[in-house]
Design a protein around this ligand. Structure first.
Ligand code: 4NP
Length: 144
């Protein structure tokens, strides 16, 4: 799961998908394309909205997306077009490019991108949670 800062959207996506799959079979992780917050906990507002749904993401720590992630993971889900471009710039071969998809692309939602809630209020985080929960239901089914 990849976003810009790895403190708002992708930590939530990681926590939500982890809650829906068998952790002994599927490794779920997240990263950011930017390095502003490396080593930090997720944003308090992401921790709070996850907690509301009994998901604890407080132990996650921010890291930056690295080229090795293309080989470590079978699927790379990005939150928006800007993340998509940033990740593709690091791709070194066709097989890397094929792994990268917008997380909302294959859901029936009207949204294509998970909006960045960082500069908004709490309600943005509710919205992001609902979008990601919906997407992760679809992904969890497919991954099975
Ligand atoms: P995220 O949100 O990409 O969902 O983690 C952001 C977090 C931090 C910043 C931007 C977006 N920032 O500019 O510090």
């Amino acid at each position: 799961m990849v976003c810009l800062g790895n403190i708002c959207r992708s930590p939530l996506a990681e926590g939500i998908l982890k809650s829906k799959v068998d952790p002994s079979r599927i490794l779920v992780d997240s990263a950011g394309t930017a390095g502003y917050h490396v080593g930090s906990s997720p944003d308090d507002r992401s921790i709070a909205i996850a907690r509301k749904f009994q998901i604890d993401i407080s132990q996650q720590r921010c890291r930056r997306f690295v080229i090795e992630d293309f080989d470590r993971f079978d699927h790379i889900f990005v939150m928006d077009q800007s993340n998509y471009q940033d990740v593709l710039e690091l791709a070194q071969q066709e097989s890397h490019i094929r792994k990268v998809r917008l997380i909302l692309e294959e859901t029936n939602l009207d949204y294509e991108e998970v909006p960045d809630p960082y500069y908004g209020g709490e309600s943005g985080f509710d919205h992001v949670y609902q979008l990601l929960d919906n997407a992760c239901n679809v992904l969890a089914e497919r991954l099975k």
